[in-house]
Ligand binder design. Structure first.
Ligand SMILES: [Ca+2]
Ligand SMILES: [Ca+2]
Ligand SMILES: [Ca+2]
Ligand SMILES: [Ca+2]
Length: 269
């Protein structure tokens, strides 16, 4: 964990470095922080980058040798950087034209290497190749008014992952291979986060919405609704080592909440 002061310092530093690194090929709007000097002259604290990326919704750290950093900006650019020694060097970039709200990594094609998912403030979700940042797939512009959250999972275990997103209060399942919309819920849901995982131990993944809804994997039917909601900062962990994932989150009061979906009960009061 980073202390707040250290985090602020690193954030400022990285902002300056990134602003500088990309300035030569970028529009006027992103040139304002170019006064910090050439990125080659600056040293990066590489060990802090994973923590930093974990804290910033629009940044992802890609471990490897060399490691990479993907970073989306409020101006609509997505950048790929590589770590070269202690230096962060720009590799490529793409202009998605609308401000980037969220950047995630997920292996969409099952080849063991992640792709980039970038969500814009205008509710367009892009899947990008990690090496080239070329667009693999995207939702149509204007198709959604708002995308609340999304996840990637192979729900029916056919070896092909789906993109599942909650948009305009409906759940949508997109086939990544064909890009087609496979399913849209009749039901309306309001949630800020969605995860997929086997939370009842039946060997199939469920969809878990932060509002407390658990949907089964085949027909996306409601399996259970936790009336108190799963709250914030939701994640799935096998906390009690019984081989089944629990829903771990912070409740409305900010307290740790562990819910066992199989037992239909909160485990940690
Ligand atoms: Ca992949
Ligand atoms: Ca599938
Ligand atoms: Ca299950
Ligand atoms: Ca468990």
């Amino acid at each position: 964990m980073l202390s707040k002061g250290l985090y602020s310092t690193i954030l400022l530093f990285v902002t300056l470095v990134i602003g500088t690194a990309v300035a030569p090929g970028v529009g006027h709007a992103e040139r304002e922080s170019s006064r910090a000097g050439a990125p080659d002259l600056l040293n990066m604290n590489i060990t802090a980058l994973p923590d930093l990326a974990a804290r910033i919704p629009t940044m992802e750290y890609v471990p490897g040798s060399p490691a990479h950093v993907v970073y989306g900006t409020g101006r609509g650019f997505v950048y790929l950087f590589t770590m070269s020694g202690h230096r962060l060097r720009p590799v490529t970039k793409i202009n998605l034209w609308k401000g980037i709200k969220d950047v995630d990594l997920s292996d969409l094609d099952g080849d063991g290497k992640p792709e980039v998912l970038a969500l814009t403030k205008e509710a367009v979700l892009y899947a990008l190749d990690l090496k080239s940042l070329k667009i693999i797939w995207n939702t149509e512009e204007g198709y959604f008014e708002g995308i609340s959250c999304f996840t990637v999972a192979d729900m029916e275990q056919d070896g092909e992952s789906e993109i599942i997103l909650l948009a305009d209060n409906h759940l949508f399942v997109f086939d990544i291979g064909s890009g087609y919309e496979r399913w849209k819920s009749l039901e309306e849901y309001e949630a800020t986060d969605i995860l997929a995982g086997d939370v009842d131990g039946d060997g199939m993944q469920e969809l878990v919405l932060s509002n407390g809804t658990v949907l089964d994997s085949r027909l996306y039917e409601e399996e259970w609704t936790y009336e108190l909601t799963f709250g914030h900062s939701m994640d799935l962990f096998d906390i009690d080592s019984d081989g089944v994932l629990e829903v771990v989150s912070l409740d409305g009061a900010g307290d740790l909440q562990i819910v066992d979906v199989d037992d239909r009960a909160r485990q940690w009061q």
